[in-house]
Structure formats: structure tokens, C-alpha cells
Design a protein around this ligand. Structure first.
Ligand code: UD1
Length: 418
């Protein structure tokens, strides 16, 4: 297993390009299941999660070719089963459920089970499919769903769910009649999927608002489409400029997706300049402590909560960071403590008292975004930080070490000798 070795303390400077969004690529690749023939997708990042969805699609009989672009052909679907081993490594595998039921009339998808950042159930996906006329049974750890043809329905999600909204949008695209999703997730990735579905010939309105209307059609055609830039990767680089007191211009991003983070950085006294497709972040000598509360988009993203906590460990006072999306998403706290941070967790909030310095230490990554927070802390810390279990990082960040090196970081990936 690889480790990341970082010698921190250098202000990072320069320009860095953001990759395509993992969380847009996954549903868009799953949407291929609704079409017959070759789809071509641009800007799909080279990540472990993209390998997993490719393997999953291949296991269903779909052809997947990966090069500069990703090509997916679901002309022939030979299986409707998403096996436990794949779903276990990536919960977003649930995204094949809606498309499979819509196209094939049935699906057998393993229940994702427990997860490091909380229970993360899929009850809302299941209930919405039932409301669309699917018969759903839970058997031997699998969701078994059947429907000769799904029918449009009024769906109300009592919690805003990103993959739930995406699953039902895809299912409804081929359903009979109109589906209205209320309290739909408004994330940019949902909008990107809706655009791709519409290009396929679907009739989706309102994506990006909390009411989405889908008029079902009987067939969808393959497309060429591009995925949006990864706003979480962009945010991680923006925070890297802040925590190292550097000056980073993040290129190829969509600044309109970063409002919540930009506002927090400015409140913390960090300079931000917005361009059309780029954001420049200029660190300051003193970081003001600010409070942060995560919320569904356009609120502060839970996927940047761990990273902004790293920034706040060096704040000038007290910061309260409240997680409202996932319970138990504070595993990075105990690792940050090992680097000299002062953090106390009280229920859904972490109280972070700024310290003057972080100190390098051996730490362990526990999930994707927690790993990114440890990289940021390591880049700012005095001395050497060794992060183990970085396979979590590979799930969501493309060539992160290389990109940080290009900004002047002393960061290296080494093979574990064991
Ligand atoms: C997606 C993102 C993930 C991000 C999260 C929140 C992808 C592939 N992943 O995950 O990176 O952290 O949104 O922005 O896009 N819930 C239920 N029942 C359900 C579904 C969800 O109770 O059936 C709850 C969850 O436990 C959680 C909340 O709803 O508390 C939001 O989760 P959701 O938006 O579904 O997260 P994901 O789509 O899994």
C-alpha cells in the first residue's frame, strides 16, 4: 500500500488545473445504460472510482473503453446484477439501480451496507422507485426491483439526496408519464446529468432547483458530452493556498460553484480573485477563525468540511464546524490531533481552537475527504508527515501529489515495504 510523505512548511505557489468531477462522471457513465450505441464522454478523471464504475458496467455486459475520453456502449446488457464486491468498494454503484429498472425492467443491486461516514441508507431511492410502480424486495443483502414499465410519479424526498435525485431522474427519463421530484438535490453534478440526459433525448426541466420535472420518453440515444470541473478538487487547492500562506491560481474550474467556500475564505481574511474559469487564492499571515456549517448545495459542501477544518487548526481563535449532512464525519479529527491541532468534538460540531503550528506526524487516512485534510495539514506542518492508506485519496483526486509538487510542495508517494 502506498504512503504519502510530505515535508511541510512551504507556501505553495503557481497554477494548477482541475480535473473533471468524479461525482458528475459516475452518474453520467451510469446514464449510458439508458441508451443503445457508443456514448463518448470527455473530461472524465482517471480515478479508482471511475475504474470501479467501469468494472461494474462491464460486469453488466456494457463495453467501456478508456483513453483520453471514455466511451461506453450499452447496446447489449447481459446482466442486471451489481455485485456486493463492487458496491462495497463504492456506494455510488447504487446509480445503476434506476437506469437498469427503467431499461431492463429489473435490477439486482447489493445494498451498500455500513460506511465510514455514517449509516448512509438508500431508503429514499427505493421508496421513490416503489412510488413509480416498481416492486422492490430486499433479499440476501440485495435490492431486487422489478417493473414492466416504470410510471411517472410525484416524489418528495424528505432529505435532499444527490445520488437519489440522480437515480430517479434517470429512471423517470424512460418512464411512462411525468415525474416531479420535490426537494430535489440542487448540486451542479445533478445539473450536469440533466444536461446529458436531455442531449440523449430526455425531457428534464428544473435541474438546479429543488423541483425537477421529467416527462418520460420511450427511447434515448447515445451522445457526446463533457463533465463539469471537480469543485471539491478545486476547493482543496484553494484551501491549500490558504493553509500554506501561498498564492495559487486554480485553472479550468467553475467559480460559480465555489460561492460558499469563497465567502468563508474571505471571512477568514484570505484573498480571493475570481476570473471566468479560474480562481486565485492568496494566503495571509494570519487566518481568522470562522464558523462553518455544512449543508446541501449551495451550502458549504460536506466534502470540504475536513479540508476547511485543517485550515481552521491554524486560525487565530475559535471555530465551530458543524456537520449537518453526514453523522460521524469527523474521523480526521483524531489524526489532526496527532499533528498538534486542538479540536474537541461535541455531537455534530467540532470546536477548533487555532494553534500556532502543526507538527508533522505519521497519520492514517480514513476516507476520501479526510485524507485530503491530512494532506493539507501535512503541507502546512513543520517537519515530516507520513499518510498511510492513501488508496482513499486515489478514489477522488487525480495525480494529487504531482499537482502539489508542481506548486512547489515537497510531497512524494512511496511504496510501503511491508
Ligand atoms: C453524494 C456525493 C458525496 C457527497 C454527498 C453529499 C456522489 C457520488 N457522492 O453522496 O460525495 O458527500 O452527496 O453532498 O455524488 N440519505 C438517506 N436515505 C437515502 C439517501 C440519503 O437518509 O436513501 C441521507 C444520507 O444518509 C445523508 C443525506 O441523506 O445524511 C445526504 O446523502 P446523499 O446526498 O444521498 O449522499 P450521496 O448521494 O450518497
Amino acid at each position: 500500500m502506498d504512503k504519502m510523505v510530505i515535508t511541510g512548511g512551504k507556501p505553495l505557489k503557481g497554477e494548477v488545473k482541475v480535473s473533471g468531477a468524479k461525482n458528475a462522471s459516475l452518474p453520467i457513465m451510469a446514464a449510458s445504460l439508458l441508451t443503445r450505441g457508443w456514448n463518448t464522454f470527455y473530461n472524465i478523471p482517471d480515478l479508482a472510482d471511475i475504474k470501479t464504475i467501469s468494472l461494474l458496467l462491464t460486469s453488466l455486459g456494457v463495453k467501456v473503453e478508456r483513453g483520453n475520453m471514455v466511451r461506453v456502449n450499452a447496446e447489449n446488457i447481459s446482466s442486471v446484477e451489481a455485485a456486493y464486491d463492487l458496491v462495497r468498494t463504492m456506494r455510488a454503484s447504487i446509480l445503476v439501480l434506476g437506469p437498469l429498472v427503467a431499461r431492463m425492467g429489473e435490477a439486482r443491486v447489493s445494498l451498500p451496507g455500513g460506511c465510514a461516514i455514517g449509516a448512509r441508507p438508500v431508503n429514499l431511492h427505493i421508496r421513490a422507485l416503489q412510488e413509480m410502480g416498481a416492486e422492490v424486495e430486499l433479499k440476501e443483502g440485495y435490492i431486487e426491483a422489478k417493473a414492466r414499465r416504470l410510471r411517472g410519479a410525484n416524489i418528495y424526498f424528505d432529505i435532499s439526496t444527490v445520488t437519489g435525485t440522480e437515480n430517479i431522474m434517470m429512471a423517470a427519463a424512460l418512464a411512462d408519464g411525468t415525474t416531479i421530484i420535490k426537494n430535489a438535490a440542487r448540486e451542479p453534478e445533478v445539473v450536469n446529468l440533466a444536461e446529458v440526459l436531455n442531449r440523449m433525448g430526455a425531457r428534464v426541466w428544473g435541474a438546479g432547483t429543488d423541483v425537477i420535472r421529467i416527462d418520460g420518453v420511450s427511447e434515448l440515444r447515445p451522445v457526446e458530452a463533457s463533465v463539469i470541473p471537480d469543485r471539491i478538487e478545486a476547493g482543496t487547492f484553494m484551501l491549500a493556498a490558504g493553509i500554506t500562506g501561498g498564492d495559487i491560481t486554480v485553472l479550468d474550474c467553475d467559480p460559480s460553484h465555489q460561492d460558499a467556500l469563497v465567502s468563508k475564505l474571505q471571512e477568514a481574511g484570505i484573498g480571493v480573485k475570481i476570473y471566468e474559469r479560474a480562481v486565485r487564492v492568496i494566503g495571509s499571515d494570519s487566518i481568522k477563525s470562522v464558523d462553518v456549517k455544512t449543508a446541501p448545495y449551495p451550502g458549504f459542501p460536506t466534502d470540504l468540511q475536513a479540508q476547511i477544518m485543517s485550515l481552521m487548526t491554524l486560525g487565530s481563535g475559535l471555530s465551530v464546524i458543524t456537520e449537518t449532512v453526514f453523522e460521524n464525519r469527523f474521523m480526521h479529527v483524531s489524526e489532526l490531533l496527532r499533528m498538534g491541532a486542538d479540536i474537541v468534538v461535541r455531537g455534530a460540531s467540532a470546536v477548533v481552537r487555532g494553534v500556532e503550528k502543526l507538527k508533522g506526524a505519521p497519520v492514517m487516512a480514513t476516507d476520501l475527504r479526510a485524507s485530503a485534510s491530512l494532506v493539507l495539514a501535512g503541507l502546512a506542518a513543520e517537519g515530516k508527515t507520513v499518510i498511510s492508506r492513501i488508496y482513499h485519496l486515489d478514489r477522488g483526486y487525480e495525480r494529487l501529489d504531482e499537482k502539489f509538487r508542481s506548486l512547489g510542495a515537497d510531497i512524494e508517494r512511496v511504496k510501503d515495504k511491508k
